[in-house]
Design a protein around this ligand. Structure first.
Ligand code: ARG
Length: 460
């Protein structure tokens, strides 16, 4: 393709280090689509004849059909997907193939192909995350009033509802979806026609190719266009942050599935056994989601470091942009699918959750709040009184509401037996009815809103 200037061919090492075809063959659909848009435009602008444009377009369809049927051949001498396709086109249609690359460079070509690929990956992530939200909302709807211990520092803090806990992930995943959508709208401009770096003297129509490829319009600076990989970084940042959420959810399932917790029975379909311990059922899928997030963050780091310090415009370092994006995309898709299955199919052991919520003096705050409300005691003092009650109950190995009224009065004579109604875990969650709180009514309200937002229900 560029032999004219060279006396000798590349060494074996040069061929190997240079070849991106082993991974960029994944761009073949985008490469064909962009070439078809380009040649259609060249024909319409009279830069190539209508006959040549039609011949090239047909030839590209034939190359695509071959790729579809047999895969993309991997010849290192052809370096990348762009040269592989063009060389096959030349074999099929002859010298007219040489006109396809008029007013174009591999620099704007790869920028365009890769953008198209990343745009699809963003759309897929968005779709997969929506399915995960559907699963979360549907399980939350079943458990708006199922009580479990809420934790801070992984220490029992206050009772919450399982529905509320699951809906926390609905919110996180919603932010992930909006990050992908936001990245998509920012990146949706076409670099095609920027050529090598400076634009072209041919009378091309960049608006036409942009529209044909579903872009909102062309990019506005050719140097930026061929050297910009922000769209890939935006994708990886959204993917990395999303993977952190998936990892945290996975971690909850891992803890909940452990025998001392026993809050959840994982679906057999997403667990494995042990080759030596017959009783084991291991949360491997969840552990791998947790593990994959490390790799996805690594992909983000890899591309950030690749891009850092590159002068304008294109440098070959940028060929290394693809493997981390491809790797992150496949790890993310798997992780989303695994967590969707986990949420949809897990059996929540609400009896165990409720029993655990009774432990650890989870309603101590309710006693303090009761003292504030019923006895008009300043919260800090109420906090201190409650601490003494917890200390006493703990020394006897009993729950707060098992302390007799005499015991409680001995701690503070302003306490009377109406306090017991406030000390149950049911009363505790029902009381937390502030906006976004854990009260079953609040959770029901949020679940209903989410169902409308997800299109599962008409607006009431
Ligand atoms: N395979 C290259 C890449 O992925 C295509 C662009 C090559 N451009 C160049 N001037 N060598 O980045």
């Amino acid at each position: 393709m560029w032999g004219g200037r060279f006396a000798g061919g590349p060494s074996a090492i040069m061929r190997e280090i240079n070849a991106s075809i082993p991974f960029d063959k994944a761009l073949w659909r985008q490469d064909i689509a962009a070439s078809k848009a380009h040649v259609d435009m060249l024909g319409a602008q009279g830069i190539v004849t209508a006959e040549d444009a039609a011949l090239i377009a047909q030839g590209l369809d034939q190359v695509a059909a071959e790729y579809e049927a047999n895969g993309v051949p991997e010849n290192w001498d052809l370096e990348d997907i762009h040269m592989t396709t063009e060389s096959r086109l030349a074999e099929l249609i002859g010298p007219a193939a040489g006109r396809l690359h008029t007013a174009r460079s591999r620099n704007d070509q790869v920028a365009t192909d890769f953008r198209l690929w990343v745009r699809d990956a963003m759309d897929q992530a968005e779709l997969g995350l929506k399915q995960l939200q559907v699963a979360l909302v549907s399980r939350a709807g079943e458990h708006t009033a199922s009580i479990m211990p809420g934790f801070t520092h992984l220490q029992t803090a206050q009772p919450v509802t399982l529905g509320h806990h699951l809906m926390a992930y609905y919110e996180m995943i919603g932010r992930d979806r909006s990050r992908f959508a936001d990245a998509r709208s920012r990146m949706n401009r076409s670099p095609l026609g920027s050529a090598a770096l400076a634009g072209t003297g041919f009378p091309i129509d960049r608006f036409r190719t942009a529209e044909a490829l579903g872009f909102d319009g062309p990019t506005d600076n050719s140097l930026d266009s061929v050297s910009d990989r922000d769209f890939a970084l935006d994708y990886l940042m959204a993917a990395a942050q999303c993977s952190l959420h998936l990892s945290r959810l996975a971690e909850e399932f891992i803890i909940w599935a452990s025998q001392p917790f026993g809050f959840v029975t994982l679906p057999d379909s997403l667990s494995t056994g042990s080759s030596i311990m017959p009783q084991k059922k291991n949360p491997d899928a969840a552990e791998l989601v947790r593990g994959h997030s490390g790799r996805i963050v690594g992909c983000l780091t890899a591309l950030m470091i690749t891009m850092k310090g590159l002068p304008l415009a294109y440098s070959k370092d940028m060929q290394d942009d693809k493997p981390p994006v491809f790797e992150a995309a496949s790890l993310l898709a798997l992780s989303i699918a695994a967590m969707t299955g986990m949420v949809a199919e897990a059996k929540f052991r609400t009896d165990r959750m409720r029993a655990a919520a009774e432990l650890g003096y989870a309603t101590a705050t309710d006693l303090a709040d009761w003292l504030v409300r019923q006895a008009n005691i300043p919260f800090r003092e109420a906090h201190h009184i409650t601490g003494s009650a917890v200390k006493l109950a703990e020394s006897r190995g009993i729950a707060l509401d098992q302390l007799s009224i005499e015991d409680l009065k001995a701690i503070d004579q302003r306490i009377d037996d109406r306090v017991y109604a406030a000390l149950s875990v049911e009363a505790s969650v029902a009381a937390r009815c502030s906006h976004g709180g854990t009260a079953p009514d609040e959770v029901r309200k949020r679940v209903a809103q989410a169902r409308v937002a997800l299109g599962l229900e008409e607006q009431a």
